[in-house]
Every structure is written in C-alpha cells, then in structure tokens.
Design a protein around this ligand. Structure first.
Ligand SMILES: Cc1cc2nc3c(=O)[nH]c(=O)nc-3n(C[C@H](O)[C@H](O)[C@H](O)COP(=O)(O)OP(=O)(O)OC[C@H]3O[C@@H](n4cnc5c(N)ncnc54)[C@H](O)[C@@H]3O)c2cc1C
Ligand SMILES: NC(=O)c1ccc[n+]([C@@H]2O[C@H](COP(=O)([O-])OP(=O)(O)OC[C@H]3O[C@@H](n4cnc5c(N)ncnc54)[C@H](O)[C@@H]3O)[C@@H](O)[C@H]2O)c1
Length: 458
C-alpha cells in the first residue's frame, strides 16, 4: 500500500526537523524519514556532545588561569565521568525527537529512503508519495582515498563516544574538527598529533589569529605534523596504529581519527529516478532552495547553497522553505550574516567580512587586545583579541574574535552587522554591567582605560 502526504522530508537532522514541524503546524500532512539517529549529526555526534565535553576543558583551563589569583590545586579531567555527563545529554536525544514528532503530529518512518520516481520514495519496501519533497540528508565524514589501512581510522562519532581516552592519538585533518578535538583530547591528558597535509590550520579563518591557536595547541603539548600526506595506515595491535606519510615520516598512536571535511549524502538517494541534479558541493538548488525539479527542495548540509554548512544555516534554510511553502517567505532567500565558530581554547569566531577582504576594499580594520577588559582581566585570560571591520560609512561589516568567550562576543557583532550598527549605535545600547556587552560598549565609548588592568575610567 502506498501512503500519501502533502509534504515528505528525508533526513531528521536539524534541517529536516526544522521544516517538518512548521509544515505540520500549518496543517499540511507531513512525514519525515530517518535511517539512523533521530536528531541527526548535531545533537548525537556533532556540535552538542562536543560542547558538553568542552565544559570540563573550559573549567580546567579557567582554573589554571586563576592559579595564584585565588585558586590552588590541580584539576584533572575524569574522562569516564565526563563521558557519562555527555551520554546523559546524547542518549535521550533520538527518543525525545520522536516524542516531539508524536506531539506535533508529524508522521515518522524509520529506514533508508530512496527515490523511485519524482513523487515516490521507498522505505523498507514501502512506498510513500508526497506533493512536495524536502531532501535534508546531511553529510558524512569524507574519507581518505587510495590509502591502505584507511578503514582503521575512526571519525567524529568514534571520538565523541570514546569509552577511554587513549594515551596517544592522531587527528588527520586541519579544520574545525581536528582543532576542536585536539584541544579536548590534550586537556584530557592524551598526547595528540595533529596531522596537517599542508602548512596551515583553519585555512578559511584569519591566518594571523590562527597563529595564536597554533601557539596555544603547541603549549598544550599538541604536536603538529605539517605537510604530512598520509599514504598508509598500519595496525600493529588493537591499540597500536601507525600513520605513514609520503615522505616516510611515521606517527604511531593508540587510535587515529580522520577529519578532512564532509561529503553530502546524495549517493544513495537514487536521485536520477527523480531527475534531481547535483552541483559541485551537494544537491544543486536555486535561490529558493528548490532543486531543478520544482516540487523537490534541498536544505542543510546536503544542499549546494552559498553558506557555511552549520546547524544554524541548515535550520535557517529549513525554516525558509517551510515559510515559502506556507506563503510567508519571499521567492528568494537572503541570508543574514553567518557567525562561524571554532570551539578551541581560545575559541575563534568570525562573521561577515574578513580583514583580508577589508584590505582589498580599503575598509578600516580595527585590531585590539581585550585582555584588559574587565571580563577577561578578572579571569586572568591570557589571549583575547579582536579585529572589527567598518565600511566607508562607519558601519560594522565584519568581525573576528579570539577568546574563551568569542562565541558570545561574535553574536553581538552579528547583531551589529544585521542591524547596521556603527560605533555610535553600540555606545547607545545599555548592557548589564559588568559583562562582555558593557566592556564592548565602554571600549567604543573610549572610556576603557587600556593601561589600568581593565579598570574602566568612568
Ligand atoms: C564533530 C562535529 C561538530 C560540529 N559542530 C558544529 C557546531 O559547533 N556548530 C554548528 O553550527 N555546526 C556544527 N557541526 C555541523 C552540524 O552538525 C551540521 O551542519 C548539521 O548537523 C547539519 O544538519 P542537517 O540536518 O543538514 O544534516 P544532519 O544533521 O547530518 O542530518 C541528516 C540526517 O539524515 C539522515 N539520512 C541521510 N540519508 C538518509 C536517507 N537516505 N534516508 C533516511 N535518512 C537519511 C541521517 O542519518 C541524518 O540523521 C558539527 C559537525 C560535526 C561532525
Ligand atoms: N564549530 C563548528 O561550527 C564546526 C565544528 C566541526 C565541524 N563543523 C562542520 O563540519 C565540517 C567538517 O569539519 P572538518 O574539520 O572535517 O572539515 P573542514 O572542512 O573544516 O577541514 C578539513 C581539513 O582537512 C584538510 N584535508 C583535506 N584532505 C586532507 C588529507 N588528505 N589529509 C589531511 N588533511 C586533509 C583540509 O585542508 C582542511 O583543512 C566543517 O566544514 C563544518 O561545516 C563545524
């Protein structure tokens, strides 16, 4: 028997769920299909568990800064207890997502979905038709090709579920995941080798500020293997693996992980049966996130859309498609400024125009050290820097922030960009005092006394 719905969604990650719920709420019969963990990458084996683990790393680091300023002793990460804390967050996620679907009345089917024709999919041999399909199948870790022994490598899911932190690990990659996991593993006491195949880390970020990230990683004992092209991985035992480079260098560890980017889950959808075309980086979509087949949309990591592949952007795209289908969104999606964060120690956040692009456009780049701001000074935080870009009219158009609270501060700059604020506008906002917001406001008021260890000259 074939079931029919007005809207069908493939993939129950942040993007799929963010389109399914509002469609059902608008009275459209909606079904969502998931083949693995309800909730998808972010809450199960991505952003959220990573940030839960980071809680202990941040607490340990903050305690270290305060040594001699009111704290003494030595903090150690108890990986088993930390994992239990993480599992207390992740274990209930899939069941909770299903409960939410039941509460809002979205039908859900468990299994692998693939197209039979442009209106029909197959799940476990059952046929489902829908007037509108939304593909939200996300992405999976890219793997090294033509590397013997590659299958010995774990990925992000393996790392975020490690029952024990091995004594020595290798992270192959030099992007978000490699840097974030290197920081967590090093704080948990592992000897970490970060294997970069070129001579840079986080190449899409401000390369001046990434030097601080490199210094901080090295200070924590992370060994960065530059220009290391992995050609083979060998297994000596269940707890000993060797990663071999083209130039003969070797790194022997207890566990090695791969984090070299992600590829969209497009290959097992039988897209040809639906006539859906691929772009360079996922499913080809127009400015309304419609594929070349008018009743099929793609959102989130799987869509070849012009933004960073993040939970925030995926959910934003999904809400847009729901709004478009419900008649509340315009025919073209326009994205606000997208803040992008690397959750290392320190954290690195960026939004809007980069300093490099600003130099090309002749825009003003204001660079400043924030360690004297009260919020940073009281914590004895060693590194806190920012670069803020102003256009010719004085409006903020970009910012990059490096500090333990960069994830919060970048949000202020994101709002400043989206609401077209200049220095004057920031000064005219009232923020809770003392807080990062008030520090920022004082900075722009010119009343921050940079020479007096964070004391504000009122
Ligand atoms: C380690 C890690 C850390 C991250 N940290 C952050 C962060 O801090 N901040 C941030 O914004 N982003 C972060 N991300 C990125 C974020 O997780 C993704 O951008 C986000 O999950 C994308 O959502 P999505 O719904 O498009 O895809 P996904 O979350 O991947 O969901 C897609 C779902 O579709 C299912 N599926 C696939 N194919 C089929 C099929 N044929 N049939 C049925 N179901 C199918 C999958 O099983 C999956 O559950 C991180 C990613 C990783 C890996
Ligand atoms: N904080 C966050 O928002 C966050 C955190 C983690 C992941 N993510 C998302 O997940 C995606 C995947 O993260 P990622 O770190 O795997 O990818 P990435 O795209 O951030 O970085 C991949 C890195 O691997 C390197 N690389 C490519 N091929 C290689 C090879 N053969 N050997 C060694 N290095 C190689 C690349 O030069 C690049 O620096 C991110 O792009 C992002 O969309 C976001």
């Amino acid at each position: 028997m074939t079931e029919h719905f007005e809207v069908g969604v493939i993939g129950a990650g942040p993007a799929g769920l963010s389109v399914a719920h509002p469609m059902q709420a608008a009275g459209k019969s909606t079904v969502i299909i998931e083949e693995y963990l309800w909730g998808g990458t972010c809450p199960n084996y991505g952003c959220d568990p990573k940030k839960v683990l980071l809680a202990a790393v941040e607490a340990k680091e903050r305690a270290e800064w305060m040594k001699g300023f009111g704290l003494r002793g030595h903090e150690e990460i108890d990986w088993h207890a930390l994992m239990a804390h993480k599992n207390a967050y992740t274990d209930p996620v899939p069941a909770r997502k299903v409960m939410n679907l039941d509460e809002t009345g979205v039908a859900h089917r468990y299994g692998h979905a693939f197209f039979v024709d442009a209106h029909t999919i197959d799940v476990n041999g059952q046929r489902i038709t829908a007037d509108t399909w939304v593909i939200a199948t996300g992405a999976r870790p890219a793997r090294l090709t033509d590397v013997p022994g590659e299958a010995y490598l774990f990925d992000n899911e393996g790392f975020l579920n490690l029952a024990d932190m091995p004594d020595e690990i290798a992270l192959i990659g030099s992007g978000f995941i490699a840097v974030e996991f290197a920081n967590i593993a090093a704080a948990a006491g592992a000897k970490v080798h970060l294997i970069a195949h070129k001579h840079h880390l986080l190449h899409e970020f401000d390369q001046d500020l990434t030097q601080d990230i490199i210094r901080q990683l090295e200070a924590k004992g992370v060994r960065i293997e530059w220009d290391f092209e992995t050609v083979e991985v060998t297994k000596q035992s269940n707890t000993e693996y060797t990663v071999i480079a083209a130039d003969g260098r070797t790194v022997t560890v207890n566990r090695a992980f791969v984090a070299i980017g992600r590829v969209g889950n497009t290959d097992r959808l039988n897209l040809a049966a639906a006539g859906v075309e691929l772009g360079h980086n996922g499913i080809k979509v127009g400015k309304d996130l419609r594929t070349n087949v008018p009743h099929i949309f793609a959102v989130g990591d799987v869509a070849d859309s012009p933004v960073a592949k993040l939970t925030s952007t995926g959910a934003f795209e999904a809400r847009y498609v729901a709004g478009l289908l419900n008649g509340t969104e315009p025919a073209e999606l326009s994205y606000p400024a997208v803040p992008v964060m690397v959750y290392g120690s320190p954290k690195l956040g960026t939004v809007g125009m980069s300093a490099e692009e600003a130099a090309r456009q002749g825009y003003a780049v204001e660079e400043f050290d924030m360690t004297n701001w009260l919020e940073y000074w009281r914590l004895k935080e060693p590194v806190a820097k920012a670069k803020v870009i102003f256009d010719h009219e004085g409006y903020i158009v970009g910012a990059t922030v490096l500090s333990g609270s960069a994830d919060e501060l970048i949000n202020y700059f994101t709002v400043a960009i989206n609401t077209k604020q200049d220095k004057q506008a920031i000064k005219h906002n009232l923020y809770a005092y003392p807080s990062l917001g008030s520090d920022m406001s004082f900075y722009y008021s010119g009343s921050n006394d940079a020479t007096a260890f964070g004391g504000h000259a009122f």
